[in-house]
Design a protein around this ligand. Structure first.
Ligand code: TEU
Ligand code: CA
Length: 530
């Protein structure tokens, strides 16, 4: 059966602000990205997800867009974007843009018009009420902001500077279809769709995620833009789950290629403080977060396989004992790489970048973290507990500048970085790891070589998924079977040495070489039975 092109892609996410600065202002930019495309190609990724680079006041680092047709001068020009598309194409790299459809910036011309009067032609592009209800925004405070010009409140799920769009308005929908086709016609392969689950919101019923009109909205977007094209779409859906995800991904529904679910992270949220005080790690919860998806209906679901993105703390800091950072970073990557779905590598994963470890709360820049600190203290945590919560999961942990060379600011900028760098020494750089055959970077390249190898491609893409040793307190283990061939993955997620489980077949990948009949801490073994 012919499979869609996206199923043979490995996606590398770039957070442009922190990837490579080319003009010394301490902020990453498109020319900087172009100068580093060979690194992505050599790694073995085949597509790039680029977080937003459109014009924005940067209240939320570009997830508050004021012009969808214009590249923000901080990142460069529209001509730079055209060059990026061309340079990607030269290297056989596909480009996926991050589309923020749920809200605009309050500086967008539509919102500037809408707030002027109740009968303005753009008024209904947004959501207005005479009185607010008690819904609380993701970044803290009320979800409703008073607008004095018309003595009404507008709705915003995130910051007040991010007014939500009303996707029940046909003129708005048509404007968005036109804009998306503008970028598709330029050669963009598809979109990562920011908080797509919220487009069907019904604030009067306090519904934000998975509203009753959501899937007809997504189906119409698909029909008018990417659906008829050879494309990829990845919806971000924090509030979705193993049951309702098929509504997005079942090919017969003609909606999206796949969605980001965050079970492996949200399963550890504490009841009172959510992610700011995560529950202790336990292997069954983590394993089941992946296995619940992998054992679903393969005809209706295609998974996203990822540990990190620009909103998450580094998994190597979350799940691995710092004394085993190198072995653990390799194990994490390979433990899920051979599952069924699209692998996503977030910038810096490939060299084992860890959390920021900032000494002071004043070092954090993320609007979510800054607001959370004061909210957590108000909600009863001590300043130290609130700081520890932020240090563990702040989005800034993933946004410290990329570590390229053994020089000041890791070669990210000749200027002053917009965000403090990590406490790492220069061993944790692309330059140093590229020279070391035992490095994390070398291991990523070896593992991706197997992922792309025709010998294993069909098993990894189409093979069935069978849990293995799934009662273990330490192991993430599974088999991928296609006809009489199989891959077997056994990963020790602990800092303990354990008895080596029975393995079969030929070892095709491992992160540790030894002859003992044990699995060392954070050891992974991948075998092939063919
Ligand atoms: O994130 C959606 C979102 O809600 C996350 O910010 C999540 O709630 C939080 O980080 C975890 O607690 C998307 C973008 O990825 C994020 O960067 C934007 O800030 C947000 O939407 C608004 O556009
Ligand atoms: Ca710059």
């Amino acid at each position: 059966m012919k499979h869609p092109s996206f199923q043979d892609h490995v996606v590398y996410q770039i957070y442009p602000r922190s990837y490579q600065d080319s003009n010394g202002d301490g902020i990453g930019d498109i020319k900087g990205i172009i100068s580093r495309l060979d690194h992505i190609k050599d790694l073995g990724a085949t597509a790039i997800w680029l977080s937003p680079v459109f014009e924005s006041p940067m209240e939320d680092n570009g997830y508050d867009i004021s012009d969808y047709y214009k590249i923000d001068p901080l990142f460069g020009t529209n001509e730079d974007m055209d060059e990026l598309i061309k340079e990607c194409d030269k290297r056989g790299l596909k480009l996926i843009l991050d589309m923020v459809l749920n809200h605009t910036s309050d500086q967008h011309k539509w919102f500037k018009e809408a707030k002027k009067s109740k009968d303005n032609p753009y008024r209904d592009f947004y959501i207005w009420r005479k009185e607010p209800n008690d819904m609380i925004a993701t970044f803290g405070g009320s979800m409703w902001e008073y607008s004095k010009e018309t003595d009404e409140y507008y709705f915003h799920m995130f910051a007040p500077a991010q007014p939500d769009l009303n996707w029940h308005n046909e003129a708005l929908r048509n404007e968005m279809y036109k804009m998306m086709n503008f970028w598709l016609d330029k050669g963009v392969y598809g979109f990562r769709l920011d908080v797509i689950e919220n487009l069907g919101k019904e604030p009067d019923n306090k519904i934000c995620s998975n509203g009753p009109t959501l899937h007809s909205i997504i189906h119409d977007i698909s029909k008018h833009t990417f659906g008829p094209r050879d494309s990829i779409t990845i919806g971000e859906a924090w509030g979705s789950n193993s049951q309702n995800r098929y509504l997005y991904t079942d090919p017969e529904r003609e909606e999206l290629s796949m969605i980001f679910l965050f079970d492996h992270f949200t399963r550890f949220y504490s009841d009172k403080y959510g992610k700011w005080q995560l529950k202790p790690f336990d292997m069954p919860s983590l394993r089941n977060a992946f296995f619940d998806h992998q054992t679903g209906d393969p005809n209706k679901n295609w998974d996203t396989i990822f540990w990190n993105n620009h909103d998450l703390p580094r998994a190597v800091s979350r799940y691995v004992d710092p004394n085993y950072r190198k072995d653990g970073a390799k194990m994490l990557f390979a433990s899920t790489l051979f599952m069924r779905g699209t692998p996503f590598i977030y910038q810096g994963d490939e060299i084992g970048m860890a959390n920021a470890h900032f000494p002071s709360k004043n070092d954090y820049r993320d609007v979510e973290s800054i607001n959370a600190f004061s909210d957590l203290v108000k909600d009863g945590l001590s300043a130290e507990e609130a700081f520890n919560g932020i240090a563990a999961v702040s989005r800034d942990n993933a946004r410290i500048p990329m570590q390229w060379e053994a020089q000041e600011n890791f070669g990210f900028t000749k200027g002053t970085p917009w965000l403090k760098g990590s406490i790492d020494d220069y061993a944790w750089t692309v330059e140093e790891e590229a020279k070391d055959p035992t490095s994390i970077l070398s291991f990523y390249k070896e593992a991706l070589g197997i992922w792309h190898d025709e010998k294993y491609r069909a098993i990894i893409r189409d093979g069935s998924f069978l849990p293995h040793y799934d009662d273990s307190r330490h192991l993430m283990a599974y088999q991928r079977v296609l006809n009489d061939k199989k891959l077997v993955v056994i990963a020790n997620f602990s800092n303990e040495e354990i008895i080596k489980p029975i393995t079969e077949g030929d070892v095709i990948l491992r992160n540790l070489e030894h002859e003992e009949n044990v699995m060392k801490p954070y050891e992974i073994i991948v075998t092939y039975v063919g």
